[in-house]
Design a protein around this ligand. Structure first.
Ligand code: BG6
Length: 488
């Protein structure tokens, strides 16, 4: 069982570096606002924002209020914000330059337990940790939360991890993958481990293939210079898609203790069959969007969004992966993600095997399929063969029907939470279950690195696809070669 969290003596604080940046304004402060509104923050929690801007507390609070009001829309309650405002403080600090970290000592006076949230460029992580340590602010009751990307390959990931480890031990390091904070992603654990129905079937004997799709309609949204250095495989597959794959493929953990869950995920990552050299041509697809239509509007080509011309970065990737262990031997796990696709859909499809012998001569039987839709709507649907109500001559007629569980309807009225609400709360409660452990991040990079090296060695360039389509036709061939097709 997870250790119950006992806050240390004194007040508690969360310090957000990069507090005026996009992530903080769009996600972190609105999340803290909702947590506060729902009474989930302890009364003694201080929230300290820090950024380079030389503004005072008043101006900072006004910025946060505007951001929260925009995100909350009609749910914005000035009285609730006033409570959050009382917790807020601001320290202007140039963390990448000669910022004097002792400026934090005043606001942190009397605080016993501190969470440092680094919503900054990862290139600053090392310097921030060092300076916190030098200022005596990285004591044993403090911990650190870091955002992706943790590196762009195994070597740079290990380097960042070493920098973090020089100040914060692993049990005080919280690596965010915001997909782990999503309600529907959490529900995967419930579906698999709180029901007896699936577990006996959850293996190569009954399952033919698994598909994991995270499709976006948006383009790179002004993040070209970051994205162009990463591409879809590093931006999405290394983290979000592999985390989903882990939750589908892992063995039942002994409990929800951080290490029980993360040990099982690491075993899956280490069982991923490497895709090397020339294999990349058969097992992976890279694409880059060209001009087209997205969300009903004309969309420019990826290369034109830069203002800088050509690029060989992929905005779409599809992979046929295998988890080489007893449970999954021979079952393809198809991964697919891309920008400027026809719909915003994240889903996991578990395709079961067909019945071994059909006694229903008049109907072609469709094998059962479990579809777990993560977003935009959250629902679970299981396709089953049913008899049609008729008195047809010559035998029964059957039809596939879906058993649908709409979580949006079942829990109507409950607000869909921002993934960061859960993650912030867990970090404040010192529970690492939903955070990525060092060996997990590094095992994911090891697998991704082999593919990227294959791409480089084979000069495997992205194939163009029109914005608004489901990627290059090779993505269909990838499955077609195994007699499979994508389920949209
Ligand atoms: C981020 C990626 O991690 O996830 C973005 O950097 C992507 O490129 C985003 O758009 C998708 O997240 P969500 O929650 O909108 O599915």
């Amino acid at each position: 069982m997870a250790k119950p969290h006992t806050p240390s003596d004194g007040r508690r604080a969360i310090v957000i570096f990069g507090a005026t940046g996009d992530l903080a304004l769009r996600m972190l402060f609105p999340s803290l606002y909702f947590l506060d509104m729902d009474g989930l923050l302890t009364h003694d929690l201080k929230i300290i924002g820090s950024a380079r801007s030389a503004i005072d507390r008043e101006a900072f609070c006004a910025k946060i209020e505007a951001a929260v009001a925009e995100r909350a829309g009609t749910a914005f309650d000035p009285a609730a914000f006033a409570r959050l405002r009382d917790r807020l403080d601001y320290v202007s600090l140039d963390v990448g330059g000669d910022g004097d970290f002792s400026a934090l000592s005043g606001p942190l006076k009397g605080v016993g337990e501190i969470v440092y949230y680094l919503s900054t460029s990862p290139s600053l992580y090392g310097a921030i940790c060092e300076k916190l340590k030098a200022a005596g602010l990285a004591h044993k009751n403090s911990r650190i939360v870091v955002e992706k990307p943790i590196g762009r390959d195994l070597a740079s990931c290990a380097e960042i991890n070493d920098q973090l480890a020089a100040t914060f031990s692993e049990d005080r390091t919280f690596r965010i993958d915001h997909y782990l904070g999503k309600e529907a992603v959490q529900n995967l654990l419930a579906l698999r481990f709180a029901n007896t129905l699936f577990e006996p079937l959850w293996n190569k004997v009954s399952i033919e293939q698994v598909q994991i799709t995270v499709a976006e309609t948006v383009g790179v949204e002004g993040r070209w210079s970051y994205y162009n250095d990463f591409g879809a495989i590093r931006d999405m597959v290394q983290n979000h898609l592999l985390q989903l794959l882990c939750l589908v493929a892992m063995e039942p953990p002994a409990d929800l203790d951080p290490d029980s869950v993360r040990n099982e995920k690491v075993k899956v990552l280490r069982s991923l069959r490497p895709i090397k050299g020339g294999e990349v041509e058969r097992k992976t697809v890279r694409g880059q969007y060209t001009e087209g239509v997205a969300d009903g509007l004309p969309a420019p080509a990826y290369a034109d969004e830069s203002g800088g011309g050509e690029s060989s970065t992929e905005t779409f990737v599809a992979i046929c992966a295998h988890v080489d262990n007893w449970r999954w031997a021979g079952v393809p796990f198809y991964l697919r993600t891309g920008k400027r696709l026809p719909s915003r859909t994240s889903q996991i499809v578990i395709q079961f095997r067909p019945v071994p012998h059909s006694i229903f001569e008049r109907t072609e039987l469709l094998a059962n399929r479990l579809t777990i839709r993560l977003q935009p709507e959250e629902n679970i649907s299981l396709t089953l063969m049913n008899k049609t109500p008729s008195l047809a001559r010559g035998g029964m007629e059957l039809k596939p029907l879906a058993l649908n569980l709409s979580l949006d309807t079942a829990f109507k009225g409950s607000r869909r939470r921002i993934a960061y609400e859960r993650l912030l709360l867990e970090a404040l409660n010192n529970n690492q279950t939903l955070f990525v452990r060092r060996d997990e991040a590094e095992a994911a990079w090891t697998w991704i690195d082999s593919i990227v090296t294959g791409w480089d060695d084979m000069s495997f360039e992205p194939t163009p696809y029109p914005a608004g389509s489901w990627g290059p036709s090779d993505a269909f061939t990838l499955l077609g070669l195994n007699g499979h097709r994508w389920y949209d």
